[in-house]
Structure formats: structure tokens, C-alpha cells
Design a protein around this ligand. Structure first.
Ligand code: SF4
Length: 301
């Protein structure tokens, strides 16, 4: 934990009833904490197939297992993670999702096939020089992702913002700080446990919503990233990330509180940090979602 906190970090920790160094104990400090005794995250060998959550997951991991050798070397150290709160109301939160399929025409099959064969470095290089959609002309920097490629968690956002575009880094600025606070509240960090990527690698002008053709052009990069990363759990941040990964038009409100599947990998949906900056009242909903994700992860152990 850092020695100093911004007002926003302090507010978020207080909202989660986590102790803030230098502050008097939160009013609920004597009550049962939101998360219980820490356990240890496994030091997951990148070459070893992940433990499946289901037969479908097992099948998907076999499919991409050989790709992990293409990941760059990384220092991975065990990191403490707190066990999740008791499962949320399973019956109510796992109601069937009414999915409306979005048609996704396959453009340039040769390009998609080529992307699906790239290793991590080649994929990064291709993204940095990509002009497959008009955003390639307006961006300052493409943003490939951030975090530990060998982490067990993948968080997927929407698209780079102005600061990300300027620096070429994912989730920096206020939204990135809030995401880091969310991860810290989960007992995770992007340096050890989490990789963060976006649906779009280039910033839409004026932070407008992604357009369908842009998502279709860029999605093969994220699909290849996921195949190489083999995360244990995916957390989709916001509607575009969820609908893009799931290829469905189901509203975020119906996706929250359910465990979806991306090619056999459990996928949890919650709000995007940028939305939370505008609607801080919904931070409690996000914490419910993150506890749900921790519970799903714990069941995989
Ligand atoms: S948004 Fe994606 S597809 Fe479009 S130019 Fe950038 S990297 Fe290429």
C-alpha cells in the first residue's frame, strides 16, 4: 500500500470500508470485512494448461495451449489475494441472458488468419503500424495493453482515451487510477496478476463510441491476445467490451451478475471506470461484480 493517497483513492477505499493509513478506522471496521483472510495466488506456469472450469474451458485451453510459448518472459511472483466474500444470490443473479446476436461479417479473412498465427511481439508490432480502420490515421499512439501477460486475470476495456493515446499506455489518467484502486481492493495488481487490454487499440476522435466496422477490424487483435494470454478469468469493463467479446447485443444491466463464457473462459461484466468517474454512486455495484469475479476465480482453484 502506498504511503500517500489521492482524495479519489481515499474515497474509494473508504467506500469499500478498507483502512486508509493515517485515517481513523472506518465506521464498519469492527464488522466483518468485505474480504476474508488472504490466500496465495498460484504462480501459474505459462506453459502449463490452466485448470479448466468446465469441459468447454478445457477444450478451449487445449486449442490455444501451444501459443503461450510465444509470450515474452516476465517476472511472476506469488502475490497475496483475498478470498471473496460469500457468493452472491446465485439464483437471482444467474438468470438466463436473452442474447441478441450481432452479425459480424468477416472482412479480409487472410488478415484475420495471419493475425491468429502471430506471437506476442509480432502482434504488438502489427498493432503499432495498423491502418486497418480510419482510427489508424487519427491516433497518436496505438495502445496494445498493459500489465503482466502472465497474470491470471484479463480486464478488457473499450478504447484508449486522450491520455492513453498521448502516452501509448493503457488505462492511465483518472480512469486508470480508479481501475488500480479496484484491483487493489480485490488484492490484485496489474504488475503481478492482471493484464489490461481494450477492444479498440486506437482512440476514437473525441472519445466517441466505437463503430461497428472499427470493432470488427480490431477484434482479431484482442482475440489473438486472449489466445496467447490464456487468462483464467476475463472481466469486461463496460458495454462495448462485454458485447464485443460475447458477440451479443444484450444490455449491460442483464449481463451484470451473470457468469458468461468467452471460448470456455469465465467472463464477468461490470461498469467501465470512466463511467464510474461520472457516476460514483455505482461503485457499490462494481464492488458486487468484482466480488462475484473473485468467487468465480476461487471456484477454479
Ligand atoms: S483501431 Fe484497431 S483496426 Fe483500427 S487502426 Fe487501430 S489497431 Fe488497426
Amino acid at each position: 500500500m502506498p504511503d500517500t493517497f489521492t482524495d479519489e483513492q481515499r474515497q474509494f477505499l473508504q467506500l469499500l470500508r478498507l483502512p486508509v493509513p493515517g485515517d481513523p478506522p472506518p465506521e464498519m471496521a469492527q464488522a466483518k470485512p468485505l474480504v476474508d483472510a488472504p490466500t496465495a495466488l498460484p504462480n501459474r506456469p505459462i506453459s502449463a494448461p490452466a485448470q479448466p472450469a468446465s469441459a468447454a474451458m478445457s477444450s478451449a485451453r487445449r486449442e490455444v495451449g501451444s501459443a503461450t510459448a510465444a509470450l515474452p518472459p516476465a517476472e511472476v511472483a506469488p502475490t497475496p489475494v483475498r478470498s471473496p466474500a460469500p457468493p452472491l444470490k446465485t439464483e437471482a443473479r444467474q438468470a438466463p441472458v436473452l442474447a441478441t446476436q450481432i452479425s459480424t461479417p468477416v472482412a479480409d479473412p487472410q488478415r484475420i488468419t495471419r493475425i491468429a498465427t502471430l506471437d506476442w511481439r509480432a502482434l504488438n508490432n502489427m498493432v503499432n503500424t495498423c491502418q486497418a480502420c480510419p482510427l489508424g490515421e487519427t491516433r497518436k499512439h496505438a495502445v496494445f495493453g498493459a500489465g503482466n501477460p502472465r497474470g491470471s486475470w484479463l480486464f478488457v476495456g473499450e478504447a484508449p482515451g486522450a491520455e492513453e493515446d498521448r502516452r501509448g499506455e493503457a488505462f492511465v489518467g483518472r480512469g486508470g487510477q480508479l481501475l488500480d484502486n479496484m484491483l487493489r481492493a480485490m488484492g490484485l495488481s496489474r504488475e503481478k496478476d492482471v493484464y489490461i487490454a481494450n477492444i479498440l487499440k486506437c482512440r476514437p476522435p473525441n472519445n466517441r463510441d466505437p463503430l461497428g466496422p472499427e470493432v470488427q477490424a480490431c477484434m482479431p487483435y484482442l482475440q489473438r491476445q486472449i489466445a496467447l494470454l490464456q487468462p483464467r478469468v476475463i472481466v469486461a469493463l463496460g458495454r462495448f467490451a462485454a458485447q464485443g467479446l460475447l458477440q451479443m447485443g444484450t444490455p449491460l444491466s442483464q449481463l451484470r451478475g451473470t457468469t458468461q463464457q468467452y471460448q470456455g473462459i469465465p467472463l464477468i461484466v461490470t461498469y467501465h471506470p470512466a463511467y464510474l468517474l461520472r457516476n460514483p454512486i455505482d461503485k457499490r455495484k462494481v464492488w458486487e461484480d468484482l466480488k462475484w469475479a473473485l468467487g468465480v476465480f476461487a471456484e477454479l482453484q
